[in-house]
Design a binder for this molecule. Sequence first.
Ligand SMILES: N[C@@H](CCC(=O)N[C@@H](CS)C(=O)NCC(=O)O)C(=O)O
Length: 197
Amino acid sequence: MQLFYSKTSPFARKVRVLLSEHGLTDRVQLEVVSVLEDAKSTPNPLGKIPCLITPDGGTVYDSPVICEWVEAYVTGADVTRDDAYWRIQKLQALGDGIMDAAFNTVMEKNRPAGQQSPFWNARWREAIERGVAEAAELVTPVGGRLDRGQVAIACMLGYLDFRITDFDWRATHPSLAKWYEPVSQRESMVSTAPPAA
Ligand SMILES: N[C@@H](CCC(=O)N[C@@H](CS)C(=O)NCC(=O)O)C(=O)O
């Protein structure tokens, strides 16, 4: 296993403490990332650490999901082998992470022009674009009700349409646009849509 981390990250520390509590430290190769200089070197499309690479090469991100995965791994719970479950967790973390980056962008743009940070705007934009590309790869067909991963991706795309209007994600990811079209027309989505700007 590999853990992308920094020595000062409190989120990464949660994972390192949990690994240590379970005697797994020796089984994990640590990869230091400088979050300010080199966000692209983390396999997490959101450009954040911690990010864990599992023994089968899977990518797990967002510290609550990594911690849950570690606990499942040590107990040998069936959940470690349940790809569908981990995909839902990943989609939820991905949708939430893109929404964080989009919301930060909106807040930054509300500040006086001279005080806005080109560095952070570029960084959040990269997280949004990398994240949506990952969502297009991972999103699952809708059966009956939306699951929480699908809800996070749907609400994230709705928020991009509402607030990040200069990102034509439909043009770059037509398969995701096709997925979203019927989803956006569901009663649950229509009745909770933000008011027109
Ligand atoms: N919700 C995430 C938060 C992780 C996070 O914010 N990590 C910081 C380091 S402490 C980071 O990588 N920041 C880079 C960025 O925001 O672009 C988690 O729980 O893993």
